[in-house]
Design a protein around this ligand. Structure first.
Ligand SMILES: Nc1ncnc2c1ncn2[C@@H]1O[C@H](COP(=O)(O)OP(=O)(O)OP(=O)(O)O)[C@@H](O)[C@H]1O
Length: 323
């Protein structure tokens, strides 16, 4: 078997997930349409797309839960689903919410979960459970029944179940789904901590700002296709920023900007924003034109392009999905 399972010298650009033409056809629906996905080791990789774009189907193929219709997937260097037995013990996965027993305490849920894992050492079980509870900040609530947990606590308990063993890769399907802002923050900081320890984290989300806040890399899915992937900074840099002008004279500013080729102008209160033309005028000239027309300019500049801008630029569609 070619590559070592563990060991020191790994090429820095090694992929922990790599697919080629990976596809899944359900009756009448091409859920995943031949994607070439590459997740570098050590990244926090955001798998981004609106609901129904094929994220969960892809994750299920990566984890060997369903067979692809075409193409191939390698996880930790080995083909899936063929190598599921050797690969999956090295991967912590949280897919479609944790399965918990409400009548058991958080701690007992983890003990039971660990006992069902034939690769888990029973001698270290209680220590590993305690460490996992600590890691996700549930030590104080460990004796409470899981049914009394908030959604965020349940999600953290699910994460703890993925952390009972050291993992090279964590796969989290919509880990913040349904959480309140505080719960989301907690999961995000946990993901950052895990990544700082060297775990590669692959997480799916339909929330662009979440991906921007936590991920180093991202891939964007739309209608089963992989639209783009790479470092998050590069993806946003691909989209140009919007021009933003703050002025007490928004109507006149809009007229002047339109005359200089700025399109998709919107004015909200004193703030006017718009898209610069493909061959943009010098911004100093544009500013001068506003002032010459009597517009009182309080602020003028380009707003940083976001992943959302990149998505819109790439797909021509809004990233407008229900939460
Ligand atoms: N078991 C199935 N049988 C038939 N069609 C399916 C099945 N699972 C998913 N699909 C379809 O495949 C497409 C992709 O679904 P998928 O769940 O992978 O998307 P997603 O990006 O994960 O969205 P969500 O965030 O809503 O789960 C959808 O059109 C969905 O209806």
């Amino acid at each position: 078997m070619g590559e070592p399972d563990t060991g020191a010298a790994r090429p820095a650009d090694e992929a922990v997930i790599e697919t080629r033409g990976l596809a899944k056809q359900y009756r009448g629906t091409l859920a995943v349409d031949g994607i070439d996905l590459r997740v570098p080791r050590g990244s926090v990789f955001g798998f981004l797309g609106p609901n129904g774009s094929g994220k969960t189907t892809t994750i299920r193929m990566l984890m060997g839960l369903i067979e692809p219709t075409a193409g191939s997937a390698r996880v930790l260097g080995r083909p899936m689903p063929r190598s599921s037995r050797t690969v999956l013990p090295r991967v912590g996965a949280l897919i479609e919410g944790p399965a918990l027993y409400g009548f058991l305490s958080g701690r007992d849920n983890l003990l039971r979960y660990d006992a069902a894992d034939p690769t888990a050492d029973p001698r270290t079980r209680s220590a590993r459970v305690a460490a996992a509870l600590d890691r996700v900040g549930l030590t104080a609530a460990a004796a409470k029944k899981a049914k009394a947990y908030s959604l965020g606590m349940k999600q953290r308990l699910g994460l703890a179940s993925a952390l009972l063993q050291p993992r090279e890769l964590l796969v989290l399907d919509e880990p913040t789904n349904g959480l309140d802002p505080q719960g989301m923050r907690e999961i995000r900081s946990l993901v950052r901590e895990l990544a700082a320890d060297g775990t590669t984290v692959f997480l799916s989300s339909h929330l662009l700002d979440e991906i921007e806040q936590v991920c180093t890399h991202a891939a964007v899915m739309a209608r089963g296709r992989l639209i783009t992937q790479g470092p998050v900074a590069d993806l946003s840099a691909g989209a140009r920023g919007r021009l933003a002008v703050t002025t007490p004279d928004p109507a006149e500013a809009t007229r002047v900007l339109a005359a200089h080729g700025v399109s998709e102008l919107t004015a909200v209160g004193p703030k006017v924003t718009g898209e610069l033309p493909a061959d943009p005028p010098d911004l100093a000239d544009l500013n001068a034109a506003l002032v010459a027309a009597g517009v009182r300019v309080r602020a003028f500049g380009l707003e940083r392009a976001t992943l959302e801008d990149a998505f819109v630029a790439l797909t021509g569609e809004g990233f407008d999905v229900a939460g």
